[in-house]
Each structure stands twice: as structure tokens, then as C-alpha cells.
Design a protein around this ligand. Structure first.
Ligand code: ARG
Length: 563
């Protein structure tokens, strides 16, 4: 029986079934301070019913309750505090982890419902930025967390592959472009043309007209314009793909903005039919006063569609294709207002999944204090950051473990893992400044620290040899193992919490706590000593390894067996 149920059962009996087990279960708390027990029940909720002071109720309950399944039960003010029987608890928790392995913590709350996750979504012909990195790694982790909670995530890369900027890019390429250069280093060269265009069009504003013409041609399917656009898209995707490969992240669909071009007229027609459109200074808008928001601009005065027009089409397409239980957008917090407008328009249109549209915002990221921007030219390329991180990891491994056979692979897992973990350990909304050296330390709140704790567990298990844990008595009751076991027991609840809050940092912080308590255990305990608790200790080590690896997997971080 689960501990909460054990407690609820005992309480219900002690209260002469005045409260049912189901009534009691949600009221049981987990005290922050373990001096207050492992689980606690507040009695003030019964004061009215029993017409007694809560302190008195707590004392009476302790008097009556059957304590045989617990270490002991205490009254403390208006609380009944339960101290679990360590041996039984340890047996339960370790058995659960070792039986369920990587499925430990899995629940079916999501009932298989589809969840669309709009993530990464970089812009074609521009470098993928650290902001897009955040969207990619947060989105990927949220997807895995959702899957662990019984949902079916659908990761969609909503590429910025349409818009007037392509008119500018085509214009710039035709003036200064060179095919060979683009083939060699696509993103850098395309950005160069784009930056040059922006410099020059200040003095030659007529260039803007040329660019507008090119975009119109592109919209009308002009052969030359389409060919260039396709090419820019293709080479950009190849460059992005290298980074996704390095991160080990895949997508289910790459339906960029352009994918919705043939669906925009339907959007406009439908808005029209529903009487939601009005004109303002020649432009076509949806009034959102009712939501206390500025109007959403649907068509410019020249009839051109906008970012939001394509996003409305996207949301409707997702709604019809997947009937999503939730439609999520992992996009920086600078677009918060925009997503409020988008949601409001979809609500007005009566799109069923609109009420379950959530923007998952996140803060800015800087690297060693430097900001990222495309136009100013001071660009920090994500690829460079990843490569540098891998290089530092390689150096560290060469010093720490020179005989490691697969150094290259491990350096990649540690270097990339450090960046991903360094991002995800922060609550999403916080701005973060990244110091690569810090994130790569083997001590402190880092990915490598967690990876290293797990590799240490694996190394102990290798030394111990093969053990069939199903027949092992897993009763441990010393203080150090107790902390580890309580944390292991906490994992399923953390998985739920991370899901409810769309917050990977819940898992990252949890993994740091578990790694830390395991390291303490390791320092204080002679795990491999040949006494009658040896296999029980190894069961704990194996359980820690399983849960640390699974936590890292939920974050999108690899767990090397040796490092
Ligand atoms: N491409 C956009 C940018 O880089 C992000 C797109 C986010 N997704 C969306 N459906 N609007 O800012």
C-alpha cells in the first residue's frame, strides 16, 4: 500500500470512519522539515465537525490510532505527524523503482490526449539564436514530461519561412549574392546580404519598393522568386539540422509559416462570416476591446497577410488535425502580448482548443554577459557555443579520466548536457547569463554534477557484478539511506508537478537534490562491504541510477555510464 493510503486508512479508522479514506487522502501533507514527520494530517479541518480544538483532536487521534504500521505517530499542535517505518518504506520504494525501471513515475493523467508544442521555430536565412535554443530545449523537455504524464506530444517546428523579409533577401541576393559563397556557408552569407540591405536602404529607400515587389512575386508563385526562396529554406534547414543533431532533438513536423499560405483565405473568409472583421486606416483588423487588448491586424492595406494571420491558420489547422487537449507555444516572453491577442481572436472564432492554448514564455539568455542580435552583427552563434562547451568538456575528461575509451562521445554528452541542463535548471521565466566554465563544473548545480553522480552509481554496480534484485531484501533504515529513499519516493509527484507547471526546472532541481543526497550517502557508507545489507544498499544504488538517468532523459540530457 502507498504510504499516503496507509496513513489515510489508519486515520479513517481512528476517526470512526467519520471521514473516508478518499476524503482524507487529498488533505495529507508532506512536511518540509522531516522533524515534523514524513507525512502529516492537519486537524483544524475537523474542528467544526467535532466541535473541539484542533490540538485536542490531534491528541485524541494519536491516542486511538493503530501505530503498528508506522515507526511512530505524534501530535504536534493541530497536526498529526506520521513517521514512517523506515524498513518497510525502503522495501516499498526500492521495489517499485526496480520493478518499473524507467517507467517509474509514469502516470496516465493525460489519457493519451494530443498536445501540440510549437517550439524552436527559428527564422530561415538567419542564425538560430540562443533564444531559439531555449525554445528548443524547453519544448523538448516539456514534450517528454507530458509523455511521462500520459499525453501524446506533437513537436512542431513553426519555421519563420515567410514574410516581407524574403523580398528583401531576394533583392539583396540578386544585387550582391554569390552562389558559391551561399553553398559554402549559407547562414553567414545570407545574413551578410540582409545586413547590407538594411544599411543601404536607409540611403536608398527605393530599395524597399523593389523588395516589396519581390515579395509580391513570391506570393504569386513567380518561378525565380520561388526557386530562390526554396533554396534559402533548404540550406538554412541543413544548418539548423546540424544543431538539432548535436542536441539530439527531433521534431514531428516542420510546418513553417509558409505551409499555411493556402489556408489564409479560409481564415479571412471565416472571420468575415463571423462578423469579426472591420477596417481601420485601410487595414483589416479584429477588434479586441472586449479583452482589453489592441486590435489584431489581419491584413495590411495592400492585402498582405501577417504573422498573426498565419498563426490563426496554424491554430485552426492543429485544431482540426489533432483535436489537441492543449496547444502550447514555447516562445520568448517578449511575445506574451501577441499570444494574448492570438488566443483572443481564436476564442472569438469559437475554435474549440482556443481555451487550452497556452503560451509558455521564457526569459532572455546571454552568454558570458553578451546579448544576441542579428542586425547589429554582434552575433553569438549557437553552434559556436556548443562546440566550445564540448571542447571544455573534452579537456576536463582528459584530465580526470584519461583512459576512458569513448572520450569523444562522452565529451559531446557532457558538453551539450551542460548547456541544456544549465538552461533548464532555472525557472523558465528568469533571464539567465551563461558562463560556460561554470556550467561545466563537476561540482555545484550543473548537468555534469548529476551525470557524474549517476556514472559513479554505475561504477559501483559494475564492481558489484550481476545481481537479481527481485529476490533481495530491500529493508534499509539508516539515516543516510533514508534521505535518498524519500527522494526516490518523491519522483512521481515531481513528474506531475513539472507537467502541471510546464516547468522542466522542477525535474532539474529534483535531480540535483537526488545526486547530492546520493553523493553524501556514498561518502558515509561502505556500500560494497560484505555484510547482510550489501545487496539492499546496491538496490538503492541501482534505483538512484535509474531515477537519475530518467530525470536527465526528461530534460533531454544524456547519461554516460562512465565519464
Ligand atoms: N519565428 C518566430 C521568431 O523567431 C517564432 C515563432 C513562434 N511560433 C509561433 N507560432 N508564432 O520570433
Amino acid at each position: 500500500m502507498e504510504n499516503k493510503e496507509l496513513v489515510a486508512n489508519a486515520l479513517s479508522k481512528a476517526l470512526d470512519n467519520e471521514l473516508s479514506v478518499e476524503d482524507i487522502l487529498p488533505k495529507i501533507e508532506r512536511p518540509k522539515d522531516s522533524k515534523m514527520g514524513d507525512l502529516a494530517f492537519p486537524t483544524f479541518i475537523l474542528a467544526k465537525k467535532f466541535r473541539k480544538a484542533p490540538q485536542q483532536i490531534a491528541a485524541d487521534v494519536v491516542e486511538k490510532i493503530d501505530q503498528s504500521s508506522f515507526d511512530h505517530v505524534e501530535a504536534a499542535g493541530p497536526y498529526v505527524n506520521f513517521f514512517l517505518d523506515k524498513s518497510n518504506f525502503s522495501e516499498d520504494v526500492l521495489s517499485a523503482v526496480l520493478e518499473q525501471k524507467e517507467n517509474y513515475g509514469q502516470n496516465e493523467d493525460g489519457k493519451g490526449g494530443n498536445v501540440t508544442i510549437d517550439m524552436s521555430s527559428p527564422n530561415i536565412a538567419k542564425p538560430i539564436s540562443m533564444g531559439h535554443l531555449r525554445s528548443t530545449v524547453i519544448g523538448n523537455s516539456v514534450a517528454e514530461i507530458l509523455r511521462k504524464n500520459g499525453y501524446n506530444p506533437i513537436k512542431d517546428n513553426h519555421l519563420g519561412d515567410w514574410g516581407t523579409q524574403f523580398g528583401k533577401l531576394i533583392t539583396a541576393y540578386l544585387m550582391w549574392g554569390n552562389e558559391e559563397d551561399v553553398k559554402k556557408d549559407p547562414i553567414n552569407n545570407l545574413v551578410k546580404y540582409y545586413v547590407k540591405f538594411h544599411k543601404i536602404d536607409k540611403e536608398q529607400p527605393e530599395l524597399d519598393d523593389v523588395a516589396r515587389d519581390w515579395f509580391r512575386k513570391l506570393e504569386n508563385g513567380d518561378e525565380q522568386a520561388t526557386k530562390l526562396w526554396k533554396w534559402f529554406r533548404e540550406v538554412s534547414l541543413e544548418a539548423f539540422g546540424e544543431i538539432y543533431d548535436k542536441l539530439g532533438i527531433t521534431f514531428d513536423t516542420y510546418n513553417g509559416e509558409a505551409f499555411y499560405n493556402d489556408k489564409l483565405q479560409d481564415v479571412v473568409d471565416s472571420l468575415q462570416e463571423k462578423g469579426l472583421l472591420s477596417k481601420s486606416q485601410g487595414a483589416t483588423i479584429v477588434d479586441l476591446q472586449k479583452y482589453d487588448l489592441n486590435p489584431a491586424l489581419i491584413l495590411k492595406s495592400d492585402g498582405a497577410s501577417l504573422y498573426i494571420t498565419r498563426d490563426i491558420a496554424t491554430a485552426i489547422y492543429r485544431d482540426k488535425t489533432y483535436h489537441p487537449a492543449m496547444n502550447l507555444y514555447v516562445v520568448g516572453s517578449e511575445q506574451t502580448y501577441y499570444f494574448k491577442q492570438l488566443k483572443a481572436v481564436l476564442m472569438e472564432m469559437g475554435v474549440p482548443s482556443a481555451k487550452n492554448l497556452h503560451h509558455i514564455p521564457f526569459g532572455l539568455i546571454t552568454v558570458n554577459g553578451k546579448k544576441l542580435s542579428t542586425r547589429s552583427g554582434r552575433i553569438i552563434l549557437l553552434d559556436e557555443v556548443l562546440n566550445e562547451s564540448i571542447a571544455i568538456a573534452k579537456k576536463q575528461i582528459a584530465e580526470k579520466n584519461p583512459d576512458l575509451p569513448n572520450k569523444e562521445e562522452v565529451a559531446k554528452e557532457v558538453g551539450v548536457g551542460a548547456i541544456v541542463f544549465g538552461d533548464l535548471k532555472n525557472e523558465k521565466i528568469n533571464n539567465i547569463d551563461f558562463n560556460l566554465e561554470d556550467q561545466l563544473r563537476f561540482e555545484g548545480e550543473t548537468g555534469p554534477y548529476v551525470q557524474y553522480a549517476r556514472a559513479r552509481a554505475e561504477s559501483i554496480l559494475r564492481k558489484a557484478g550481476d545481481i537479481d534484485f527481485s529476490n533481495v531484501d530491500k529493508k534499509l533504515n539508516d539515516a543516510e539511506s533514508w534521505n535518498v529513499i524519500k527522494l526516490l519516493n518523491d519522483f512521481p509527484a515531481r513528474v506531475k508537478m513539472a507537467c502541471d507547471e510546464f516547468e522542466p526546472s522542477v525535474i532539474a532541481k529534483y535531480s540535483l537534490r537526488l545526486a547530492k543526497s546520493f553523493n553524501k550517502y556514498y561518502a558515509h557508507t561502505k556500500i560494497l562491504d560484505d555484510d547482510d545489507q550489501r545487496d539492499a544498499r546496491l538496490a538503492l544504488v541501482k534505483s538512484v541510477s535509474i531515477v537519475l538517468k530518467e530525470s536527465l532523459r526528461l530534460l533531454g540530457v544524456k547519461a554516460p555510464d562512465e565519464m
